[in-house]
Design a protein. Structure first.
Length: 70
């Protein structure tokens, strides 16, 4: 089942996104993801076909960033 999750993060530049990329790219069940750095909440949008929101949160926190599901 396809799901879309949105999260508020504190990633504020492309370097931050690059730190998270190898970790999120390894998560089974994530089809695609993107971070809107122009949004004040730095929204991470994840298209999932099996990965749960908790796994995304754990992965982003592992990279050293704050994340809250919207």
């Amino acid at each position: 089942m396809k799901e879309e999750f949105k999260f508020k993060t504190n990633m504020d530049c492309q370097h931050c996104v690059a730190r998270v990329k190898p970790l999120l790219d390894k998560v089974d069940g994530i089809d695609s993801w993107s971070v809107d750095l122009n949004n004040p909440d730095k929204v991470l949008t994840v298209q999932s076909s099996g990965a749960k929101a908790d796994k995304v949160i754990d992965t982003v926190e592992q990279a050293g960033f704050d994340i809250t599901q919207l």
